[in-house]
Write a new protein. Structure first.
Ligand code: ZN
Length: 330
């Protein structure tokens, strides 16, 4: 009898542990409830020099921190808890820099694993030599053992395809992302834009047994035939209107209304795709901050009949669900 009781306790503990959902930030795991108000697609540093020339010596971490920190304090003071940094490897992803910025600002930051294939110069040489399986092993290794031994772990997968129909290299990237997702539960954020490559990617997800809810259709604001976003959202895909600027307010409001009317507000993500320190420019160049959503979009949503509950869905609950580390298989 005693043993039986012990067994039940062990099983309960085990099942609780398995059900514990987490989001991976650069300073450790948090629960989805802890994500708070979130900007789901921004950049702190981007270096557009090619993959064969990029290295961490191209910027001084302290100089970047000094320049970028005020912008993080600005959103922190406006009530934001989390910023997702969408800069991939070979474009300036710097896990230790992100950790410094998070620790000094108090803003939770997520970084990523994956590769950027929209412009081929950002793909490293090994990408062309390896299979999707081999690439996914690199990314799974970062998930398991941290990025380059820094102790900083990726919170999602970032890939990028072209605006045009997919080429073989993009198919390989997407397949590698699928294989990584199935082993790690990391969500796939894919720089996409138009509907044709979006649906081609969803087809590859399907072939690999990955549910569309593991996929963020990034830069979906570029596709003007909104029936496509509605169709993808109905399948479970996250729709990211992530280039908000004050002048795009009416467009973003109209799309939010359409999503709400379609009962799909729970699949919509908003962000700025803003920033960033650019090592190619003197002093890092000019940074565009992360406050336009707070100053222009949220007030406009309220004026257009969106409730506080709707706004919390867009900026808290949806990011929490989208970035929860969870295998979403078919
Ligand atoms: Zn971006």
């Amino acid at each position: 009898m005693k043993n039986y009781f012990l067994l039940i306790v062990i099983l309960l503990v085990f099942s609780c542990r398995n059900n514990t959902q987490t989001i991976q930030t650069v300073t450790g795991k948090i629960s989805p409830e802890e994500i708070g108000k979130t900007l789901h697609h921004e950049h702190l540093l981007v270096d557009f020099v090619a993959a064969d020339s990029i290295n961490y010596d191209r910027w001084d971490k302290n100089e970047v921190v000094e320049k970028v920190l005020p912008y993080l304090f600005e959103i922190k003071n406006a009530g934001y808890s989390t910023l997702v940094d969408a800069t991939p490897a070979f474009l300036g992803r710097d896990p230790l820099l992100l950790k410094m910025l998070s620790e000094q600002s108090g803003v939770q930051i997520l970084t990523n694993t994956g590769l950027y294939g929209a412009y081929k110069i950002h793909l490293p040489k090994y990408f062309y030599e390896e299979t999707a399986e081999e690439l996914s092993q690199r990314w799974i290794n970062e998930y398991k053992n941290s990025i380059e031994g820094t102790g900083v772990f990726p919170g999602f997968i970032k890939i990028a395809v072209d605006r045009a129909p997919l080429e073989d290299i993009h198919r390989k990237l997407v397949k590698a992302a699928c294989l990584t997702h199935l082993q790690t539960g990391l969500t796939i954020m894919s720089h996409t834009g138009l509907a044709v490559p979006a649906f081609q990617q969803l087809e590859i997800l399907k072939e690999n047994g990955v549910h569309p809810s593991a996929f963020i259709w990034t830069h979906a604001n570029n596709e003007k035939d909104y029936t496509k976003q509605i169709e993808a959202a109905k399948m479970g895909t996250w729709i990211a209107f992530d280039k908000f600027m004050p002048e795009s307010k009416d467009e973003y409001i109209a799309f939010a209304k359409l999503m709400k009317k379609s009962g799909l507000l729970n699949k919509l993500l908003f962000s700025h795709d803003s920033g960033w320190f650019d090592p190619a420019k003197p002093g890092g160049g000019e940074i565009r901050g992360y406050m336009d959503i707070e100053n222009f979009l949220i007030p406009a949503l309220k004026e257009n009949g969106f409730s506080q509950e709707d706004i919390d869905l867009l900026f808290i609950k949806n990011p929490a669900e989208a970035f929860t580390v969870k295998i979403r298989s078919i």
